[in-house]
Ligand binder design. Structure first.
Ligand code: ADP
Ligand code: ZN
Length: 212
């Protein structure tokens, strides 16, 4: 079963995706991660995207769509999670066309619901392993040794777009462009809201209850 996982920045999409990958062998397709990989490798696409990402703005649809299509066209039969895509109405429409083209389908669009006032603390406190991408939080889930990843020993650092001023822009972009997709997915009969507060395990249980 293929799904879209969406919600505000800081809602926990990456954390829940990591569990779905580990426990249900799903393939995680995160446009944010794909862009960060391009930035790290110094590709042209990465250079183009970085300006927008650092400012907390959405990368233009045409750049995102080409990158996603490259992934979709080489997918095998493994179930996948789309995380961070689609993020705008034109992206959602383009996705439909691509799915048709590659004979793929999405069963559900699971919306991780977290009250806006909780998002800032989650994001400003977030730290990420620069090698493996594992996610930490300075209060809720600090690494055992400060600044060092528990999983791979990599350097745990703050994402450049996790500073307060940039987070504000990201939250605005979310409200303006992504939140309206709730009614879009409802119209497609795919929308499911999942409470995103509580422990990681609680949220996971609720999420997977919609997968079988
Ligand atoms: P978050 O959901 O926490 O904001 P992501 O890692 O999903 O973080 O995205 C980081 C940045 O990458 C976004 O702020 C944006 O600049 C860019 N990005 C990721 N996915 C998309 C997308 N589908 N459309 C446009 N920009 C995107
Ligand atoms: Zn790591």
């Amino acid at each position: 079963m293929n799904i879209i996982l969406f919600g505000a920045p800081g809602a926990g999409k990456g954390t829940q995706s990591a569990l779905l990958v580990e426990r249900r062998n799903m393939r995680h397709i995160s446009t944010g991660d794909l862009f960060r990989a391009h930035v790290k490798q110094g590709t042209r696409l990465g250079t183009e995207a970085k300006t927008y990402m650092d400012a907390g703005k959405l990368v233009p649809d045409e750049i995102v769509l080409g990158m996603v299509e490259d992934v979709l066209k080489e997918l095998g039969s493994q179930s996948f999670i789309l995380d961070g895509f689609p993020r705008t109405a034109p992206q959602a429409e383009a996705l439909e066309a691509m799915l048709k083209n590659y004979d793929l389908s999405i069963s559900k669009a699971l919306f991780l619901e977290v009250p806006t006032e909780r998002l800032m603390a989650r994001l400003t406190g977030r730290r990420v392993c620069s090698s493996c991408g594992a996610s930490y939080h300075i209060e809720a889930k600090p690494p055992q040794r400060a600044g060092i990843c528990d999983l791979c020993g990599g350097i745990v650092d703050q994402r450049p777009d996790d500073q307060e001023s940039v987070i504000r822009t990201r939250l605005e972009a979310y409200e303006k462009s992504t939140a309206p997709l709730k009614s879009y997915f409802t119209g497609k009969g795919q929308f499911v809201a999942v409470p995103g507060l509580g422990s990681t395990e609680d949220v996971y249980k609720q999420l997977v209850s919609h997968l079988d």
